[in-house]
Design a protein around this ligand. Sequence first.
Ligand SMILES: [Zn+2]
Length: 195
Amino acid sequence: MDASKLSFLKRGRAVLATAEAELEKANSRPPPIYRFYLPPGGETDIIILDGSFDEAVGLYEHHIQDANGRWGNYVSCLRENCSFCRIHGESYYVIFLTILNLQEYVKKSGEVVPFLKMLLPIKLRLLPQFLVISSSAMKKAGTLRGACVTVKRDSLFQTTWRFSKVIGEKMLIKSYGRKNVFPFKYSEVFTKWAK
Ligand SMILES: [Zn+2]
């Protein structure tokens, strides 16, 4: 075989040097942004980090299947000249807030993560329940920020949101750390997603 065709193989010092460079790249990458999803039968506590809906973002999006027929791929819809509209039909409107999901989660490495900052998508059918939570929090504390909510997904189409209390700013920072308790910079998040 022509040796030049094997030029993709790393050899000698490059074997480890490339691994080290890739490792450094991976470690310096910002953590991925997760989208909240609760499977049917699931229950978890969340804390809302935005002060109100005025601080949230709303957009149209498409939920599409991948080549293997699996759902879970979301694409922001540009509304005009959107190629996904042509292929997948009309998009739907969704509002995003930032939350802390207090469900413990175990990484592949075995590391236990006690909570995770995530994007919470609120589709129109969930909005009425969510507006009740929002007005309860506003009445109690004048803000949505720090609102503790228990989310229970009874079935595929039935999710219950139960508001309990609002945690103050100091407690929020003390309990979860300053770097974890501020909403995502949405313009950066969705620029990345729009690519
Ligand atoms: Zn579209």
